[in-house]
Design a protein around this ligand. Structure first.
Ligand code: FNR
Length: 397
Protein backbone atom coordinates (compact mmCIF):
# COMPACT_ATOMS: atom_id res chain seq x y z
CA UNK A 1 0.00 0.00 0.00
CA UNK A 2 1.44 3.37 -0.95
CA UNK A 3 0.84 6.43 1.20
CA UNK A 4 -0.40 6.03 4.73
CA UNK A 5 -3.76 6.87 6.15
CA UNK A 6 -2.14 9.37 8.53
CA UNK A 7 -1.32 11.70 5.62
CA UNK A 8 -4.92 11.50 4.59
CA UNK A 9 -6.44 12.49 7.90
CA UNK A 10 -7.66 15.92 9.04
CA UNK A 11 -6.67 18.67 8.71
CA UNK A 12 -5.34 17.60 5.30
CA UNK A 13 -8.26 15.46 4.21
CA UNK A 14 -11.70 16.04 5.65
CA UNK A 15 -13.92 15.30 2.65
CA UNK A 16 -13.90 13.90 -0.89
CA UNK A 17 -13.14 17.32 -2.35
CA UNK A 18 -9.84 17.25 -0.40
CA UNK A 19 -8.95 13.95 -2.09
CA UNK A 20 -9.85 15.50 -5.42
CA UNK A 21 -7.39 18.31 -4.74
CA UNK A 22 -4.62 15.83 -3.84
CA UNK A 23 -5.36 13.85 -7.00
CA UNK A 24 -5.02 17.01 -9.04
CA UNK A 25 -1.63 17.70 -7.48
CA UNK A 26 -0.29 14.19 -8.09
CA UNK A 27 -1.59 13.52 -11.60
CA UNK A 28 -0.44 15.01 -14.89
CA UNK A 29 -3.20 17.26 -16.26
CA UNK A 30 -4.13 14.88 -19.08
CA UNK A 31 -4.91 12.07 -16.61
CA UNK A 32 -6.59 14.29 -14.00
CA UNK A 33 -8.89 15.82 -16.60
CA UNK A 34 -9.78 12.37 -17.92
CA UNK A 35 -10.86 11.41 -14.41
CA UNK A 36 -12.51 14.68 -13.42
CA UNK A 37 -14.11 15.85 -16.63
CA UNK A 38 -17.40 15.31 -18.42
CA UNK A 39 -18.89 15.74 -21.87
CA UNK A 40 -19.22 19.05 -23.74
CA UNK A 41 -20.32 21.84 -21.38
CA UNK A 42 -20.30 19.47 -18.39
CA UNK A 43 -23.87 20.46 -17.55
CA UNK A 44 -24.92 16.91 -16.65
CA UNK A 45 -21.70 16.43 -14.68
CA UNK A 46 -22.60 19.43 -12.51
CA UNK A 47 -26.31 18.61 -12.35
CA UNK A 48 -25.64 15.12 -10.99
CA UNK A 49 -24.11 16.68 -7.89
CA UNK A 50 -26.34 19.71 -7.60
CA UNK A 51 -29.51 17.56 -7.69
CA UNK A 52 -28.43 16.10 -4.34
CA UNK A 53 -28.29 19.62 -2.98
CA UNK A 54 -31.95 20.12 -3.90
CA UNK A 55 -33.12 17.33 -1.60
CA UNK A 56 -33.52 18.32 2.04
CA UNK A 57 -33.85 16.03 5.03
CA UNK A 58 -36.86 15.92 7.37
CA UNK A 59 -35.14 14.81 10.58
CA UNK A 60 -36.95 13.04 13.41
CA UNK A 61 -35.61 14.48 16.64
CA UNK A 62 -35.21 12.99 20.10
CA UNK A 63 -34.84 9.47 18.67
CA UNK A 64 -32.14 7.21 20.14
CA UNK A 65 -30.16 5.40 17.44
CA UNK A 66 -27.40 3.71 19.44
CA UNK A 67 -26.58 0.97 16.93
CA UNK A 68 -26.78 2.28 13.41
CA UNK A 69 -26.95 -0.51 10.86
CA UNK A 70 -25.61 0.40 7.43
CA UNK A 71 -25.93 -3.05 5.90
CA UNK A 72 -28.00 -3.84 2.83
CA UNK A 73 -28.37 -6.62 0.28
CA UNK A 74 -27.71 -6.25 -3.41
CA UNK A 75 -28.59 -9.09 -5.76
CA UNK A 76 -28.91 -11.32 -2.72
CA UNK A 77 -25.46 -10.53 -1.30
CA UNK A 78 -25.02 -8.58 1.91
CA UNK A 79 -22.74 -5.54 1.83
CA UNK A 80 -21.57 -3.60 4.89
CA UNK A 81 -22.66 -0.22 3.56
CA UNK A 82 -24.78 0.70 0.56
CA UNK A 83 -22.16 1.96 -1.88
CA UNK A 84 -20.37 -0.19 -4.46
CA UNK A 85 -17.31 0.89 -6.40
CA UNK A 86 -18.30 1.74 -9.98
CA UNK A 87 -16.30 0.55 -12.99
CA UNK A 88 -13.59 3.13 -13.71
CA UNK A 89 -11.54 2.45 -16.83
CA UNK A 90 -7.80 3.16 -16.93
CA UNK A 91 -7.54 3.03 -13.11
CA UNK A 92 -4.00 1.66 -13.43
CA UNK A 93 -2.97 4.85 -15.23
CA UNK A 94 -4.07 6.82 -12.16
CA UNK A 95 -2.04 4.73 -9.74
CA UNK A 96 -0.17 1.39 -10.03
CA UNK A 97 -2.49 -0.09 -7.36
CA UNK A 98 -5.22 0.33 -9.99
CA UNK A 99 -8.19 -2.00 -10.25
CA UNK A 100 -6.68 -4.72 -8.04
CA UNK A 101 -6.00 -2.23 -5.23
CA UNK A 102 -9.47 -0.68 -5.42
CA UNK A 103 -11.08 -4.13 -5.36
CA UNK A 104 -8.97 -5.16 -2.35
CA UNK A 105 -10.04 -2.08 -0.41
CA UNK A 106 -13.70 -2.57 -1.33
CA UNK A 107 -13.56 -6.12 -0.01
CA UNK A 108 -11.82 -5.05 3.19
CA UNK A 109 -14.56 -2.43 3.72
CA UNK A 110 -17.20 -5.11 3.20
CA UNK A 111 -18.54 -3.82 -0.09
CA UNK A 112 -18.47 -4.75 -3.76
CA UNK A 113 -16.27 -3.78 -6.69
CA UNK A 114 -17.30 -3.58 -10.35
CA UNK A 115 -14.40 -4.17 -12.72
CA UNK A 116 -14.36 -2.27 -16.02
CA UNK A 117 -13.58 -4.08 -19.25
CA UNK A 118 -10.97 -1.33 -19.74
CA UNK A 119 -8.69 -2.57 -17.00
CA UNK A 120 -4.93 -2.75 -16.73
CA UNK A 121 -5.13 -5.85 -14.51
CA UNK A 122 -6.35 -9.28 -15.55
CA UNK A 123 -9.88 -9.93 -14.33
CA UNK A 124 -8.69 -13.12 -12.60
CA UNK A 125 -6.15 -11.15 -10.54
CA UNK A 126 -8.74 -8.54 -9.56
CA UNK A 127 -11.19 -11.22 -8.44
CA UNK A 128 -8.42 -12.84 -6.39
CA UNK A 129 -7.55 -9.50 -4.76
CA UNK A 130 -10.88 -9.12 -2.93
CA UNK A 131 -12.88 -11.22 -0.55
CA UNK A 132 -15.96 -9.10 -1.25
CA UNK A 133 -18.48 -9.29 -4.10
CA UNK A 134 -17.03 -8.59 -7.54
CA UNK A 135 -19.02 -7.91 -10.71
CA UNK A 136 -17.72 -7.64 -14.29
CA UNK A 137 -18.69 -4.67 -16.45
CA UNK A 138 -18.84 -5.47 -20.13
CA UNK A 139 -18.05 -3.28 -23.10
CA UNK A 140 -18.21 -4.99 -26.45
CA UNK A 141 -14.82 -3.61 -27.55
CA UNK A 142 -13.53 -6.06 -30.15
CA UNK A 143 -16.96 -7.51 -30.95
CA UNK A 144 -19.04 -10.44 -29.80
CA UNK A 145 -16.37 -13.16 -29.99
CA UNK A 146 -14.02 -11.21 -27.74
CA UNK A 147 -16.90 -10.39 -25.37
CA UNK A 148 -17.90 -14.06 -25.19
CA UNK A 149 -14.37 -14.99 -24.22
CA UNK A 150 -14.20 -12.39 -21.45
CA UNK A 151 -17.64 -13.41 -20.15
CA UNK A 152 -16.41 -17.02 -19.99
CA UNK A 153 -13.31 -15.90 -18.09
CA UNK A 154 -15.41 -13.81 -15.67
CA UNK A 155 -17.66 -16.81 -15.04
CA UNK A 156 -14.70 -19.10 -14.45
CA UNK A 157 -13.06 -16.56 -12.10
CA UNK A 158 -16.20 -16.34 -9.95
CA UNK A 159 -17.66 -12.92 -10.76
CA UNK A 160 -21.12 -12.56 -9.21
CA UNK A 161 -22.90 -10.44 -11.84
CA UNK A 162 -22.47 -9.18 -15.39
CA UNK A 163 -22.96 -5.43 -15.72
CA UNK A 164 -23.72 -4.40 -19.29
CA UNK A 165 -23.16 -0.70 -19.99
CA UNK A 166 -25.80 0.54 -22.43
CA UNK A 167 -24.97 4.24 -22.71
CA UNK A 168 -21.90 4.08 -24.96
CA UNK A 169 -23.04 3.60 -28.58
CA UNK A 170 -20.04 5.88 -29.20
CA UNK A 171 -17.94 8.02 -26.87
CA UNK A 172 -19.22 11.34 -25.59
CA UNK A 173 -17.34 14.51 -26.56
CA UNK A 174 -15.01 15.04 -23.65
CA UNK A 175 -13.52 18.34 -24.62
CA UNK A 176 -10.83 18.34 -21.94
CA UNK A 177 -9.47 15.03 -23.33
CA UNK A 178 -9.55 16.39 -26.84
CA UNK A 179 -7.67 19.56 -25.89
CA UNK A 180 -5.15 17.70 -23.74
CA UNK A 181 -4.35 15.29 -26.58
CA UNK A 182 -5.48 12.11 -24.78
CA UNK A 183 -5.66 10.36 -28.16
CA UNK A 184 -2.03 11.14 -28.97
CA UNK A 185 -0.90 10.03 -25.54
CA UNK A 186 -2.65 6.67 -25.84
CA UNK A 187 -1.70 6.18 -29.51
CA UNK A 188 1.13 4.15 -31.04
CA UNK A 189 3.21 7.07 -32.32
CA UNK A 190 6.06 7.62 -29.85
CA UNK A 191 6.91 11.04 -31.31
CA UNK A 192 3.37 12.28 -30.64
CA UNK A 193 3.98 11.64 -26.95
CA UNK A 194 6.98 13.95 -26.69
CA UNK A 195 4.94 17.02 -25.67
CA UNK A 196 3.88 15.18 -22.49
CA UNK A 197 7.38 14.67 -21.15
CA UNK A 198 7.56 18.06 -19.48
CA UNK A 199 4.16 17.63 -17.84
CA UNK A 200 5.11 14.13 -16.66
CA UNK A 201 8.40 15.35 -15.21
CA UNK A 202 6.46 18.00 -13.31
CA UNK A 203 4.61 15.15 -11.53
CA UNK A 204 7.54 12.99 -10.36
CA UNK A 205 5.60 10.89 -7.84
CA UNK A 206 3.09 9.84 -10.50
CA UNK A 207 5.86 9.33 -13.07
CA UNK A 208 7.97 7.14 -10.77
CA UNK A 209 4.97 4.92 -10.03
CA UNK A 210 4.04 4.73 -13.71
CA UNK A 211 7.55 3.73 -14.80
CA UNK A 212 7.97 1.24 -11.93
CA UNK A 213 4.68 -0.31 -13.02
CA UNK A 214 6.02 -0.87 -16.55
CA UNK A 215 4.49 2.14 -18.33
CA UNK A 216 1.33 1.88 -20.42
CA UNK A 217 -0.60 -1.22 -19.35
CA UNK A 218 -2.27 -3.52 -21.87
CA UNK A 219 -6.02 -4.07 -21.92
CA UNK A 220 -5.77 -7.49 -20.31
CA UNK A 221 -9.47 -8.31 -20.56
CA UNK A 222 -9.85 -7.57 -24.25
CA UNK A 223 -8.05 -10.51 -25.80
CA UNK A 224 -8.37 -10.99 -29.54
CA UNK A 225 -8.01 -14.66 -30.48
CA UNK A 226 -4.58 -15.33 -31.97
CA UNK A 227 -3.40 -11.79 -31.24
CA UNK A 228 -3.42 -11.44 -27.45
CA UNK A 229 -4.38 -8.56 -25.17
CA UNK A 230 -5.18 -5.29 -26.91
CA UNK A 231 -2.73 -2.42 -26.55
CA UNK A 232 -4.07 0.55 -24.63
CA UNK A 233 -6.54 2.53 -26.73
CA UNK A 234 -7.79 6.02 -26.09
CA UNK A 235 -11.37 6.07 -24.85
CA UNK A 236 -12.86 7.52 -28.03
CA UNK A 237 -11.43 4.71 -30.15
CA UNK A 238 -12.41 2.09 -27.56
CA UNK A 239 -16.00 3.26 -27.18
CA UNK A 240 -16.43 3.63 -30.94
CA UNK A 241 -16.75 -0.15 -30.96
CA UNK A 242 -18.97 -0.83 -28.00
CA UNK A 243 -22.54 -0.53 -29.26
CA UNK A 244 -24.85 -2.94 -27.53
CA UNK A 245 -28.60 -3.46 -28.13
CA UNK A 246 -31.37 -5.12 -26.10
CA UNK A 247 -31.11 -7.98 -28.63
CA UNK A 248 -27.60 -8.75 -27.38
CA UNK A 249 -28.98 -9.50 -23.94
CA UNK A 250 -30.38 -12.75 -25.43
CA UNK A 251 -27.04 -14.35 -26.23
CA UNK A 252 -25.53 -12.90 -23.06
CA UNK A 253 -28.36 -14.50 -21.07
CA UNK A 254 -27.48 -17.86 -22.66
CA UNK A 255 -23.81 -17.82 -21.74
CA UNK A 256 -24.04 -15.95 -18.43
CA UNK A 257 -26.21 -17.81 -15.97
CA UNK A 258 -25.82 -15.36 -13.07
CA UNK A 259 -27.58 -12.01 -12.67
CA UNK A 260 -27.29 -9.38 -15.42
CA UNK A 261 -27.49 -5.68 -14.65
CA UNK A 262 -28.07 -2.94 -17.25
CA UNK A 263 -25.98 0.16 -16.49
CA UNK A 264 -26.90 3.51 -18.00
CA UNK A 265 -30.70 3.47 -17.89
CA UNK A 266 -32.17 7.01 -17.90
CA UNK A 267 -35.88 6.54 -18.76
CA UNK A 268 -38.63 4.33 -17.36
CA UNK A 269 -39.25 2.64 -20.74
CA UNK A 270 -35.66 1.41 -20.90
CA UNK A 271 -35.94 0.11 -17.35
CA UNK A 272 -38.93 -1.97 -18.53
CA UNK A 273 -36.90 -3.18 -21.52
CA UNK A 274 -34.14 -4.24 -19.15
CA UNK A 275 -36.61 -6.17 -17.01
CA UNK A 276 -38.09 -7.80 -20.13
CA UNK A 277 -34.55 -8.70 -21.26
CA UNK A 278 -34.13 -10.62 -18.00
CA UNK A 279 -32.05 -8.13 -16.02
CA UNK A 280 -32.01 -8.61 -12.26
CA UNK A 281 -30.93 -5.02 -11.75
CA UNK A 282 -30.72 -1.66 -13.46
CA UNK A 283 -28.29 1.14 -12.73
CA UNK A 284 -29.66 4.62 -13.27
CA UNK A 285 -26.59 6.30 -14.69
CA UNK A 286 -25.51 8.89 -17.23
CA UNK A 287 -21.92 7.71 -17.02
CA UNK A 288 -21.06 10.46 -14.60
CA UNK A 289 -21.94 13.11 -17.21
CA UNK A 290 -19.29 11.78 -19.59
CA UNK A 291 -21.50 10.67 -22.49
CA UNK A 292 -24.61 12.68 -23.47
CA UNK A 293 -24.42 16.17 -22.04
CA UNK A 294 -27.72 17.77 -21.03
CA UNK A 295 -29.40 14.59 -19.98
CA UNK A 296 -31.02 14.90 -16.60
CA UNK A 297 -29.38 14.34 -13.22
CA UNK A 298 -29.66 10.70 -12.23
CA UNK A 299 -31.26 11.52 -8.88
CA UNK A 300 -34.16 13.22 -10.70
CA UNK A 301 -34.68 10.21 -12.97
CA UNK A 302 -34.48 7.66 -10.17
CA UNK A 303 -38.17 7.77 -9.05
CA UNK A 304 -39.38 7.28 -12.66
CA UNK A 305 -37.20 4.18 -13.00
CA UNK A 306 -38.17 2.80 -9.59
CA UNK A 307 -41.85 3.13 -10.56
CA UNK A 308 -41.27 1.53 -13.98
CA UNK A 309 -39.56 -1.65 -12.74
CA UNK A 310 -42.46 -2.33 -10.32
CA UNK A 311 -40.23 -4.24 -7.93
CA UNK A 312 -39.15 -6.70 -10.63
CA UNK A 313 -35.50 -5.65 -10.53
CA UNK A 314 -33.22 -3.92 -8.08
CA UNK A 315 -32.51 -0.29 -8.83
CA UNK A 316 -29.08 1.21 -8.20
CA UNK A 317 -28.00 4.73 -9.08
CA UNK A 318 -24.74 6.57 -9.67
CA UNK A 319 -23.55 10.06 -10.54
CA UNK A 320 -22.50 12.90 -8.30
CA UNK A 321 -22.26 11.05 -4.98
CA UNK A 322 -19.67 12.95 -2.97
CA UNK A 323 -21.06 12.66 0.56
CA UNK A 324 -22.59 9.96 2.71
CA UNK A 325 -25.72 12.10 2.96
CA UNK A 326 -26.07 11.73 -0.83
CA UNK A 327 -26.18 7.96 -0.37
CA UNK A 328 -28.99 8.34 2.19
CA UNK A 329 -30.95 10.62 -0.17
CA UNK A 330 -30.69 8.15 -3.08
CA UNK A 331 -31.97 5.35 -0.86
CA UNK A 332 -34.84 7.54 0.38
CA UNK A 333 -35.80 8.00 -3.30
CA UNK A 334 -35.93 4.26 -3.93
CA UNK A 335 -32.40 3.06 -4.74
CA UNK A 336 -31.18 -0.17 -3.15
CA UNK A 337 -27.64 1.20 -3.10
CA UNK A 338 -25.44 3.63 -5.01
CA UNK A 339 -22.29 3.28 -7.07
CA UNK A 340 -19.47 5.69 -6.45
CA UNK A 341 -17.07 6.55 -9.28
CA UNK A 342 -14.94 9.65 -8.94
CA UNK A 343 -15.33 9.71 -5.15
CA UNK A 344 -13.06 6.67 -4.78
CA UNK A 345 -11.05 7.27 -7.95
CA UNK A 346 -9.84 10.62 -6.55
CA UNK A 347 -8.59 8.68 -3.53
CA UNK A 348 -6.89 6.09 -5.75
CA UNK A 349 -5.21 8.79 -7.83
CA UNK A 350 -4.11 10.68 -4.70
CA UNK A 351 -2.63 7.79 -2.73
CA UNK A 352 -3.47 4.35 -4.15
CA UNK A 353 -5.14 1.88 -1.82
CA UNK A 354 -4.76 4.19 1.19
CA UNK A 355 -6.67 6.89 -0.67
CA UNK A 356 -9.51 4.51 -1.58
CA UNK A 357 -9.64 3.38 2.04
CA UNK A 358 -9.91 6.99 3.17
CA UNK A 359 -12.64 7.77 0.61
CA UNK A 360 -14.75 4.86 1.82
CA UNK A 361 -14.13 5.81 5.44
CA UNK A 362 -15.32 9.38 4.79
CA UNK A 363 -18.49 8.23 3.04
CA UNK A 364 -19.23 5.60 5.66
CA UNK A 365 -18.80 8.00 8.57
CA UNK A 366 -20.93 10.62 6.77
CA UNK A 367 -23.72 8.11 6.25
CA UNK A 368 -23.57 6.87 9.81
CA UNK A 369 -23.72 10.43 11.14
CA UNK A 370 -26.59 11.30 8.77
CA UNK A 371 -28.64 8.35 10.04
CA UNK A 372 -28.12 9.48 13.62
CA UNK A 373 -29.02 13.09 12.80
CA UNK A 374 -32.22 12.22 10.95
CA UNK A 375 -33.23 9.70 13.61
CA UNK A 376 -33.22 6.55 11.50
CA UNK A 377 -31.36 3.57 12.91
CA UNK A 378 -31.01 1.46 9.78
CA UNK A 379 -30.39 1.94 6.09
CA UNK A 380 -33.30 -0.47 5.53
CA UNK A 381 -35.56 2.02 7.36
CA UNK A 382 -34.83 4.93 4.99
CA UNK A 383 -37.79 6.03 2.86
CA UNK A 384 -39.26 9.12 1.22
CA UNK A 385 -40.69 10.36 4.54
CA UNK A 386 -37.15 11.42 5.52
CA UNK A 387 -36.75 13.85 2.60
CA UNK A 388 -38.45 16.89 1.19
CA UNK A 389 -38.19 16.80 -2.58
CA UNK A 390 -40.10 19.95 -3.54
CA UNK A 391 -37.10 21.66 -5.06
CA UNK A 392 -35.97 18.64 -7.04
CA UNK A 393 -38.62 19.20 -9.76
CA UNK A 394 -39.16 15.47 -10.00
CA UNK A 395 -39.95 13.75 -13.28
CA UNK A 396 -43.17 11.86 -13.53
CA UNK A 397 -43.17 8.26 -12.25
C1 FNR B 1 -16.19 5.91 -15.67
N1 FNR B 1 -17.36 5.20 -15.88
C2 FNR B 1 -17.31 3.97 -16.51
N2 FNR B 1 -18.45 3.23 -16.66
C3 FNR B 1 -18.41 2.01 -17.24
O1 FNR B 1 -19.44 1.36 -17.35
N3 FNR B 1 -17.21 1.51 -17.69
C4 FNR B 1 -16.04 2.19 -17.58
O2 FNR B 1 -14.99 1.71 -17.98
C5 FNR B 1 -16.09 3.48 -17.00
N4 FNR B 1 -14.95 4.23 -16.91
C6 FNR B 1 -14.97 5.43 -16.21
C7 FNR B 1 -13.79 6.13 -16.01
C8 FNR B 1 -13.79 7.30 -15.26
C9 FNR B 1 -12.51 8.03 -15.03
C10 FNR B 1 -15.00 7.76 -14.68
C11 FNR B 1 -15.02 9.00 -13.82
C12 FNR B 1 -16.17 7.09 -14.90
C13 FNR B 1 -18.62 5.67 -15.29
C14 FNR B 1 -18.73 5.18 -13.84
O3 FNR B 1 -18.88 3.79 -13.80
C15 FNR B 1 -19.92 5.82 -13.12
O4 FNR B 1 -21.08 5.65 -13.87
C16 FNR B 1 -19.69 7.32 -12.86
O5 FNR B 1 -18.36 7.56 -12.49
C17 FNR B 1 -20.62 7.82 -11.75
O6 FNR B 1 -20.46 9.17 -11.52
P1 FNR B 1 -19.51 9.79 -10.37
O7 FNR B 1 -19.72 8.97 -9.13
O8 FNR B 1 -18.13 9.71 -10.89
O9 FNR B 1 -20.00 11.20 -10.27
Amino acid sequence: MSGTLRHLEPPRVVNIEDLRRLAQQRLPKVIFDYLDGGAEDEITLRENSSAFQEVYFRPRQAVATPKRDLRTKVLGTEIAFPALLAPVGYSRMMHPDGEAGAARVAGAAGTGYILSTISGYKLEDVRAATKGPCWFQLYMVGGREVAEDSIARAKQAGYGALVVTVDTPIAGMRERDSRNGMKQLMGKNALAKLPYIEEFLAHPRWLAGFLRDGGMPKLENIVVRGKGALALLDVTSALARTVVTWEDFRWMREIWTGPIVAKGVMIGDDARRAVDAGCAGVIVSNHGGRQLDCCDATLRVLPEVVAAVRGQAEVLVDGGVRRGGDIAKAICLGAKAVLIGRAYAYGLAAAGEAGVTRALQILREDLDRTLALIGCETVAGLDSSYVEMGRLGLRRG
